[in-house]
Design a protein around this ligand. Structure first.
Ligand code: BDP
Length: 680
């Protein structure tokens, strides 16, 4: 199994009895004769899927031929919204109905998932509708084929060959996304090339949009703010300049000519050196609103990213986005959403939720999570991100009292917003199995499922994915699910326990470099974040320190505000804790920290054992691949452990707690290894 089929494998159900019953309920697939491309795609998927699962061809026809078949029906149903579906037995047939064609497609995938995960067809009854409206993948793909922070080969978009050559992978990409309810793809990197906006590239974009349209996926572009200068020859990109406004209006009309259902834009402006409206003394709102206005009557949106930071030597990067964006609440055009990363720094293995959630009530906020594992071991370490995404969605902002979760901010329900969105930075590349690490597929899958329905548990999603992708073996499934479910907290333990953050290798964001003290900016170093000194460890963000805690609502401040009440997972995010401070575990900070590094690294051995156990139940090539990657993970967990324990020991000057064997190498050995990574 080369992993190409993802979770849409449709391998035959092992239980003959189950197949027989299912076949009695799937005698035909009825779809109207003049059906749209979307309904045809639904019927085709059901046909392929059921034939694979049940081992027998199922005919597709225009009308129901009696009973015992599947009927696709578009019918108004206010309870389901635009994209919701219902699957129910009616007049002896399984009826998949929705208010729109794409709803029927989603219902068809839901039925296939039902069969694929071994559930009975008799009396089937499913119904669901998405909680969040815009469910997008953000590709950080460049026109030259590279992918920013991509670890699964090069870009899947072969710009050179488009629009003539349509790689079959594009359609399979669309199928996979539709199967989990993703309805938009931002095709290019947020550090955007202006090239995508040229007439030549818009033809290529249109070709991709044509492939994705039947699957309910709209395409979006990241835009380079200074495009009017670079492409239009204008002297300025000032959003308040009428020439600039005219340029964007014309460009947007040109885009919609090529792609009538174009979704809109993502903008990274005045961030990490990208140009933006502040270059002209304007605000983020000025910039976003100008684009929104230029969209005019077109049905598109602007997702303006809040990932900005300029903190000086004494500032706190944690606060920067909040300080720039919070005061703009209420100033944005209704077509604008502000896109906020899950945490205040940058996709660390664990972050407290971003303080902007709940603090911009008049602005719809898109939650941005990162599926590509930039800070979580690339495509080498096995880290299932379901729990990370859930942790953020379930976090309580207390904006309107208890229960004001990030999820309710994001789905718009807390403030009754008309539009809502969530974005996952894609981990997909040209690798045959799409994501490099076979388990990376689970992160793509979990993102889509949670974007559709964040009340699903990370474990339930892991189980679905495992059954559809890896094995149906009843003993192996729970073993794998447990492995996936624990993997993220294990990664946190051997890399950044107790709320440490941003102590990774500087250039690649890979491996440990906690001693890093010099960089182009202080907030790119490690010492800026961990602040280790003779007294203790951690970033004091209380009122005595940077006071970033004050950005949260009072109940959050109270909980995180003292060393005694702050959950250990966030402790060093908010406190400079003395080395000998006694934690709730009964250990001192130093002893707890080192113990976690050791148990974290040991847990990778546990992961290896779990995986070894399921060997008979999993495809041999795939099993061997994950086994080999786990070996690297084991070696690198020790690398992290030794680097951090030895380095922090130079500052803490305390012995390891009894029972922990000291590393057999020196800090100098490890630094040399890290330096190797910096060589060209
Ligand atoms: C950081 C990445 C950088 C991205 C940036 C962003 O290191 O490559 O361009 O985020 O999100 O995580 O804009």
């Amino acid at each position: 199994d080369d992993g190409y089929r993802l979770w849409l494998k449709y391998d035959q159900l092992p239980d003959a009895g189950q197949r027989k019953v299912a076949l009695r309920n799937t005698r035909f697939i009825a779809v109207p004769t003049n059906a749209s491309a979307t309904l045809q795609a639904a019927a085709r998927e059901l046909q392929t899927g059921l034939q694979g699962l049940l081992g027998q061809a199922v005919p597709v026809g225009g009308e129901a031929r009696g009973k015992g078949g599947i009927v696709l029906a578009v019918a108004p149903d206010p309870a389901l919204g635009r994209e919701g579906y219902r699957v129910a037995v009616q007049d002896g047939n399984i009826r998949i109905s929705a208010a729109t064609d794409v709803g029927v497609l989603y219902g068809s995938f839901a039925l296939l998932r039902h069969v694929q995960t071994g559930q009975p067809l008799a009396g089937v009854s499913l119904s669901s509708q998405p909680k969040i409206q815009y469910r997008l993948l953000n590709h950080w793909d460049n026109p030259n084929g590279t992918v920013e922070r991509g670890y699964a080969g090069s870009s899947i978009w072969k710009w050179q060959e488009l629009p003539e050559v349509l790689d079959p992978r594009y359609q399979d990409y669309a199928r996979a996304n539709a199967s989990i309810g993703i309805n938009g793809a931002v095709l290019n990197n947020v550090n955007a090339s202006p090239r995508l906006l040229t007439a030549e590239y818009l033809r290529k974009v249109a070709a991709l949009a044509n492939v994705m349209r039947p699957y309910g996926i709209r395409v979006y572009l990241s835009v380079f703010w200074a495009a009017p200068k670079v492409l239009g020859g204008l002297p300025t990109a000032d959003p308040l300049d009428p020439q600039v406004q005219r340029w964007w209006t014309a460009k947007i009309n040109e885009i919609y000519q090529a792609v009538p259902d174009f979704g809109g834009f993502v903008v990274k402006a005045n961030s990490e050196g990208e140009p933006g409206p502040q270059d002209y003394g304007r605000t983020h709102a000025d910039g976003a609103n100008m684009l929104a206005e230029a969209l005019g009557q077109h049905d598109g949106i602007v997702m303006w990213r809040a990932f900005v930071y300029k903190a000086g030597p004494n500032g706190d990067r944690f606060k920067q986005a909040y300080e720039e964006f919070q005061p703009l609440d209420g100033q944005f055009d209704p077509k604008v959403l502000v896109q906020v990363k899950n945490g205040p720094i940058d996709f660390q293995s664990r972050e407290p939720f971003h303080p902007l959630f709940g603090k911009m009530p008049r602005t719809p906020l898109v939650l941005e999570v990162q599926l590509t594992q930039e800070y979580l071991g690339f495509a080498t370490h096995l880290v299932y991100l379901g729990p990370l995404i859930k942790e953020c969605l379930e976090a309580d902002t207390y904006a309107k009292g208890p229960g004001s979760t990030v999820a309710k901010v994001v789905d718009g329900s807390l403030e009754q917003h008309r539009i809502s969105g969530i974005a996952g930075v894609a981990n997909i590349g040209s690798d045959r199995n799409w994501t490099g690490h076979p388990v990376g597929q689970a992160n793509w899958y979990a993102f889509g499922r949670l974007a559709w329905d964040y009340t699903l548990t990370a474990k339930a999603i892991a189980q679905e994915w495992t059954q559809m992708t890896l094995t149906r073996d009843p003993a192996a499934v729970p073993t794998i699910v447990q492995l996936l479910d624990q993997s993220r907290s294990i990664y946190v333990r051997y890399t950044t326990p107790l709320g440490l953050h941003h102590i990774m290798g500087q250039t690649l964001h890979y491996g440990p470099e906690p001693w890093l003290a010099k960089s182009a900016r202080p907030d790119w170093t490690a010492v800026y974040y961990h602040r280790a000194d003779a007294e203790g460890l951690g970033f004091d963000r209380t009122a005595q320190g940077s006071n970033a805690l004050s950005l949260y609502y009072p109940p959050v401040q109270q909980q995180w505000g003292t060393m005694a009440t702050c959950p250990l997972n966030y402790l060093l995010w908010f406190h400079h804790v003395p080395w000998d401070y006694k934690l709730s575990t009964g250990r001192t900070l130093w002893n707890e920290l080192t113990t976690r590094y050791y148990t974290g690294a040991d847990s990778v051995q546990w992961m290896q054992k779990q995986w070894a156990q399921v060997q008979p139940a999993v495809d041999p090539a795939l099993h061997a691949d994950v086994t080999a990657r786990l070996r690297v993970q084991q070696r690198e967990a020790l690398w992290w452990r030794d680097a951090c324990v030895l380095y922090f020991q130079t500052v803490a000057r305390r012995p390891l707690p009894p029972g922990l064997p000291p590393p057999t190498r020196t800090l100098a050995d490890i630094k040399e290894q890290v330096d190797t990574y910096q060589l060209r």
